[in-house]
Design a protein around this ligand. Structure first.
Ligand code: ADP
Length: 229
């Protein structure tokens, strides 16, 4: 099995591309969804957040008030590190669990949808391919204004707060240019999908696991043979 990271910029079309990949039957792990799950009540990260930040960050239904937590971090940036040290290990554990699940189900590759894939390059070394969903700046701004009902200045400010797509482009091993119409993007996704399906990179992990399992089986057989005879 191999891993494929996918990311974009705000309103560059990542959700649109991921929806097509899911439709084609790909296994997709959404890091954003996992990040929201691990802070739900009864999860370890939830208990630690309440322990360190207090019950004042809870909503009446017991869930974490993300806005209140966001405000604390905005005014006390040093607390961002504390929050990350609580949530990141839990997010990583959950991602690993899901990768293992897809491996056991026989998937050849898993797509990891990670918002800051190119900014925070901790994960890229584990990826066989990194895909950037690109959109040219004027189109990105126009789509963001339309989708989020923003003024031109608001949209520009949001885009400017991220690493520019042209920078991310240099870091990606594969680019889907979503500046055109839906059909042009769909064709590019189909091409990417065909390339991933044809890749034999998944064989290495299967061979490695097969070798380890066969080796362990051999050792067990020898031990049994030794003790029984
Ligand atoms: P992201 O997930 O990267 O923030 P989205 O996939 O939500 O971006 O796309 C941003 C907006 O642009 C959405 O409203 C979406 O419907 C629209 N959009 C995306 N791709 C296209 C396209 N190729 N043509 C027209 N509109 C598009």
């Amino acid at each position: 099995m191999f891993l494929v990271g996918i990311s974009g910029g705000i309103a560059s079309g990542k959700s649109t591309v991921v929806a097509v990949l899911r439709e084609l039957g790909c296994a997709v792990i959404d890091a954003d969804v996992i990040a929201r799950e691990v802070v739900q009540p009864n999860f370890k990260a939830y208990r630690q957040i309440v322990h360190y930040f207090g019950t004042k960050i809870l909503l009446q239904n017991g869930e974490i008030n993300r806005e209140a937590l966001g405000n604390i971090i905005f005014f006390h940036p040093e607390k961002q590190q504390l929050l990350n040290s609580i949530t990141h290990p839990e997010i990583q554990k959950e991602i690993l669990k899901q990768i293992l699940k897809y491996f056991l189900l026989g998937y050849r590759y898993v797509i990891l949808d990670i918002p800051l894939l190119f900014e925070n390059r901790r994960f890229t070394k584990f990826m066989k391919y990194t895909v950037l969903v690109y959109c040219d700046p004027p189109m990105q701004r126009a789509r963001l204004m339309k989708r989020n009902g923003l003024s031109r200045a608001e949209a520009e400010a949001r885009i400017a707060s991220q690493l520019p797509l042209d920078e991310k482009r240099k870091l990606a091993s594969c680019v889907i240019d979503n500046s055109g119409d839906w059909e042009s993007t769909r064709q590019q996704v189909l091409k990417l999908h065909a390339r991933l399906e044809d890749s034999l990179d998944f064989l290495w992990a299967r061979l490695a696991v097969g070798t380890v399992v066969a080796g362990l089986g051999g050792v067990v057989y020898l031990l049994l043979w030794h003790f029984i005879s």
